[in-house]
Design a protein around this ligand. Structure first.
Ligand code: ACM
Length: 757
């Protein structure tokens, strides 16, 4: 009966290439750490043990199977130090790979493991590759220490677009780093690498016909902490990919069944191009490559010369990238320059177009026609819907899911990449050691809970959802270390939600520790923020404090020490808030059995720390554009990070118990202010200051409440400093508001921490 039910399930997906050879005996029930979880997995009795005599068997002439056999051989060598021979013809036992028409569907495969061997079958090479990936995951699963458990897997992806977008404009990654990323994408069965190659802050692809695009457009002045990368404020930040390197990446990706979709932004995000060739700009001004994050207003012109330029660029792009889809951006094209330009306005009149959004539609449609003539297909961010866009255009929804709903209901194919959920530059934890970035809190679970088909797409239009991708915009990701931290392990959540038919968060979070081990074995440094211990402290009576432990995912057993030693699987298990005497250092970690799930976290607790707060621990007064920014200057080898609303420099310390007169020490810092806020500049909060440098003021209860002290910032000169003030005698519990007077920009004063004494 069970067997019948299983076959009925399997028939819905594909025919089975081979039937499991049923053994008798108990079925190993140790959970298997597969990510993404296969569509159908049946556990069977028995195990297969790989040893030095194991061979990989492919039929003579099955060149696809032979290629995958070579790849699998390399993975096995890395995982086990064994190099199985590849046997063409009828091998016995071992690992058999075969393409076969009996498995239906692109990318689909079957995988059977029993005591005699492993059989992977698929209709195409990609399916075989994914079957091999699944076998490699079984092999590198801690559950496989006494052999890979017998399974029958029938698998195929839920979506055809399973992607990751990498921004190489704001910060640049080396070819080797991108290859490292592609290796990981392949092992997650992701198949689309969307490569954001041009933007205001850098043009990163060599175009032979227009050499200035990289001579001029690939360099900018270092922005803030970039100085540490270039070695000096006057040393430009430069980088681009030669066409040879781009082709190398395309080939490397193709070997891993990944398509590279290039993105050439237009009509906005064009400043690096306009800086290189001012004639293609609509503003008629000489511009430098931008050093401001945000919405810059440089737009392409709309004359025939500019289209010739763009078409020439696209010709070279199409020659490098075989992808059917070519991404042309289309987002955040502020229309100021078109509104002001007499020639653009004249062109609009001649076309009978009376608004600039429709003009963008005309622009994108013209490029779309060009691509279609070359048998390519336009994809753009959801702003392309604001104008009249050709029905054949595919829409990438980033302003939430609205764009996807509108586009799919209008019959366009769509890819979901909604901000902030799928934006990996959004920080994933509130741990004090989290890296700089955008602190909206897109946790592993937030991402996992994302359903790629919005409910507002009508059932008959759901077929237009091609899939989803995460984006890695790199303003705050200046190096590969930070980029990895942003991507891993959240990429695993996307992989599962775009591949597997069912969401299973509890299963996923339990399967992930094995995946984290695979990352480390591959030299990837993932974030452990989903598991790491957060240590919260509140004052208690008589020189004591109450400590509360938690971790974001709630997975694992929290254990801690108070004697300074590293927590182990034998340390005290956390059962609820506990009291410690001052001073104490609490160290904590989450464990699954003997396995430490994260790096241990520490907190030193003493009388002074109970009366201090970092900017992370304070609330911002508004939520206009909150960032966690790092100081350009290191303190003890680390650059401090500050949480600040760059449009309203104001922080609240809620519920402070005051019982007398206090000295207050406030650490402030001064950061570069490099933001293009376009129309949002209207929302910047400016506060009356009494001196040119401004003041840090402390107000009682609300930010307009009684001023308790005003500390001149002139004392801090132009960098990090700790300034002292005196708060008058107050009793009871009050909120304290800390504001910086004046207006943010051209530099930005920030609050580091506050200490009452
Ligand atoms: C985008 O984030 N501007 C697509």
């Amino acid at each position: 009966m069970r067997r019948f039910l299983f076959l009925a399930l399997a028939a819905g997906l594909s025919a089975c290439a081979s039937q499991p050879r049923q053994e008798s005996g108990p079925v190993d029930q140790t959970p298997l750490s597969l990510i993404p979880m296969p569509a159908q997995l049946q556990r069977l009795p028995g195990h297969f043990r790989l040893d030095a005599s194991t061979t990989i068997n492919v039929a003579k002439g099955d060149v696809q199977a032979k290629r995958v056999a070579n790849q699998l051989q390399g993975w096995i060598r890395q995982a086990r130090g064994i190099t199985p021979a590849i046997v063409e013809g009828k091998g016995k036992g071992g690992i058999a790979l075969a393409t076969t028409a009996s498995v239906k569907g692109r990318e689909a495969y079957t995988l059977d493991v029993d005591a005699s061997g492993v059989r992977i079958a698929a209709n195409d090479e990609t399916g075989l590759f994914y079957g091999a990936v699944t076998y490699w995951q079984l092999l590198t699963d801690p559950a496989a220490h006494s052999g890979v458990p017998a399974v029958h897997i029938v698998d195929a992806p839920r979506f055809e677009w399973r992607g990751l977008m990498l921004d190489s404009s704001r910060h640049f990654q080396s070819v080797a780093e991108i290859q490292h990323l592609l290796d990981q994408m392949a092992m997650h069965k992701l198949n689309t690498f969307h490569w954001h190659l041009t933007d205001d802050q850098g043009w990163r692809l060599q175009i032979e016909k227009y050499p200035k695009l990289t001579e001029t457009g690939a360099c900018r002045k270092p922005v803030g902490p970039d100085v540490a990368l270039t070695g000096g404020a006057d040393t430009p930040y430069c980088g681009f990919y030669t066409q040879e390197e781009a082709k190398q990446i395309v080939a490397y990706a193709a070997e891993r069944h990944i398509t590279v979709v290039p993105e050439i932004e237009m009509p906005g995000h064009a400043q690096a191009a306009v800086a290189s060739y001012p004639k293609v700009g609509a503003g008629g001004k000489k511009l430098a490559v931008s050093t401001d994050w945000g919405v810059n207003t440089a737009l392409y012109n709309v004359d025939d010369g500019t289209f010739t330029f763009l078409q020439d660029v696209l010709d070279e792009v199409m020659a490098i990238f075989p992808s059917t889809y070519i991404h042309v951006g289309g987002d955040e094209a502020a229309k100021d320059e078109w509104e002001r330009s007499k020639t653009v306005q004249a062109k609009m009149r001649s076309l009978g177009i009376d608004d600039e959004e429709q003009m963008q539609g005309w622009f994108i449609a013209r490029i779309g026609d060009y691509l279609e003539k070359h048998n390519r297909h336009l994809i753009g961010w959801d702003e392309i819907l604001d104008g009249k866009v050709p029905a054949s255009a595919t829409v990438m929804s980033w302003r939430g899911t609205k764009g996807a709903i509108k586009a799919a209901n209008a019959g366009h194919d769509v890819v979901l990449a909604p901000s902030p959920t799928l934006y990996l530059d959004q920080l994933q934890s509130t741990l004090p050691d989290e890296q700089p970035g955008r602190p909206s809190g897109q946790t592993l679970k937030t991402l996992y809970d994302f359903e790629p088909v919005p409910t507002d797409i009508t059932a008959d239009k759901a077929k237009h959802v091609l899939g989803a991708e995460v984006t890695v915009f790199s303003e705050y990701l200046p190096n590969w270390y930070r980029t990895q931290h942003a991507i891993f392990p959240r990429m695993a959540a996307l992989a599962e939600r775009t591949w597997s038919p069912k969401a299973d968060w509890n299963g996923f979070i339990a399967r992930l520790p094995a995946q984290m081990s695979r990352y480390r074995a591959a030299g990837i440094v993932p974030s452990d923020g989903a598991y790491a211990a957060a240590i919260d402290v509140a004052p208690a009576t008589d020189g004591k404090a109450t400590v509360t432990l938690s971790n974001q995912s709630g997975y694992g057993t929290l254990r801690y020490t108070t004697d300074g030693s590293a927590p182990t699987a034998q340390s005290t298990a956390y059962t609820g808030p506990f009291e410690v005497s001052l001073p104490t250092t609490v160290r904590a970690n989450a464990f699954a059995g003997n396995f430490g799930l994260a790096g241990p976290r520490d907190r030193e607790i003493d009388a002074a720390s109970l009366l201090s707060r970092s900017s992370d621990e304070l609330a911002t007064c508004s939520d206009k554009l909150v960032l966690r920014l790092e100081s350009p200057e290191a303190v003890d080898g680390r650059r401090p990070v500050y949480k600040v609303d760059i449009m309203d420099t104001c922080w609240m310390w809620k519920g402070v118990k005051l019982d007398g007169r206090y000295g207050v020490a406030v650490t402030v810092d001064r950061l570069p202010y490099n933001y293009a806020l376009w129309k949002d500049t209207k929302g910047i909060v400016s506060r009356k200051s009494r001196s040119a440098a401004g003041e840090l003021e402390v107000h009682q209860d609300t930010c307009d409440g009684p001023k308790l002290t005003s500390i001149p910032l002139a004392k801090a000169k132009d960098g990090r400093a700790t300034l002292d003030g005196i708060l008058p005698k107050r009793e009871g519990t009050h909120d304290l508001c800390f504001v910086i007077t004046g207006k943010p920009g051209p530099k930005l004063w920030v609050l580091g921490d506050v200490q009452l004494r």
